[in-house]
Design a binder for this molecule. Sequence first.
Ligand SMILES: Cc1cc2nc3c(=O)[nH]c(=O)nc-3n(C[C@H](O)[C@H](O)[C@H](O)COP(=O)(O)OP(=O)(O)OC[C@H]3O[C@@H](n4cnc5c(N)ncnc54)[C@H](O)[C@@H]3O)c2cc1C
Length: 280
Amino acid sequence: MKPPPFELLRPESLEEALAALAEHGDDAKPLAGGQSLIPVLNMRLLRPSVLVDLNRIAGLDAIARENGHVRVGALVRQRALERHLDAPALVRGALPFVGHVVTRNRGTVCGSVAHADPAAELPLCLVVLGGSVVVASAVGRREIAADDLFLAHFTTTLQTGELVVESRWPVLDGWGVAFEELAQRHGDYGLSVAAAALRVEDGRVAEARVGIGSVVHRPLLVETALEGETVTSELAREIGERVAAPLELYDNLHAPAEYQRRLTAVLVARAVERAWEQAA
Ligand SMILES: Cc1cc2nc3c(=O)[nH]c(=O)nc-3n(C[C@H](O)[C@H](O)[C@H](O)COP(=O)(O)OP(=O)(O)OC[C@H]3O[C@@H](n4cnc5c(N)ncnc54)[C@H](O)[C@@H]3O)c2cc1C
């Protein structure tokens, strides 16, 4: 299939890109790696009249570690972060599940975050790590915490004309982290995904951040009440069941609701147990 007709703008600077996005408003879409946007256009799910190609803008492809964060510019490809020594451990564990090497060679980290697919691995990691994005528009800049960014399927709190110029990923040194996913084929979006980050002090959980994706409308932090606990396989299983039990799930083309629930319980339990083993 071919996309509907559009005008392609290829700005050479961020200011030019932001001015184009401001001028064309809701008729314009930024184009980064194109690995989600182009299929969406080909399927005629969106019909923007203008695409603002970010790929000629200099200075948006940096990865830099600073004050416990890794800053990832808007044009950093997923594969570049996967191979970078400063990539936070949770992200390094999740990236091999994101599509295929060829899609990661082109797809950007920030594009995945902005696209906000609830089954996508990177938005879940950003929420679990407590990261953020820096967004710019023709009128200024602001930082949005990951938990305030994602609203629902493919919907964020980004305003018209705003561009994600950077994502910020806490490194969480000393924490144990784990990412778990099951997909029908490697490279497919997961039927369910779970991620956990635990800080352990004196043999007990001091802080816990656990999240799920795919079976929910947005990447979601879940309540585990793990603080003060020593994690055993039995406790991890209990937490998995507790997280999965209230989920509102529907049979879909890929799996019945009860399978999704069981799978989520298992993935959460595995993520919690692996994060604990790593931290302890
Ligand atoms: C075969 C295949 C398998 C895939 N499997 C997976 C998978 O398992 N998991 C997964 O997470 N993804 C998967 N993807 C999607 C892939 O990860 C995309 O690269 C990613 O979702 C979007 O990144 P992009 O740079 O390609 O963005 P684009 O496709 O260029 O843009 C996506 C959306 O984000 C917007 N956007 C892009 N950059 C910005 C920005 N800086 N600021 C504001 N808005 C922006 C665009 O306007 C568009 O709406 C797959 C893709 C393919 C083709």
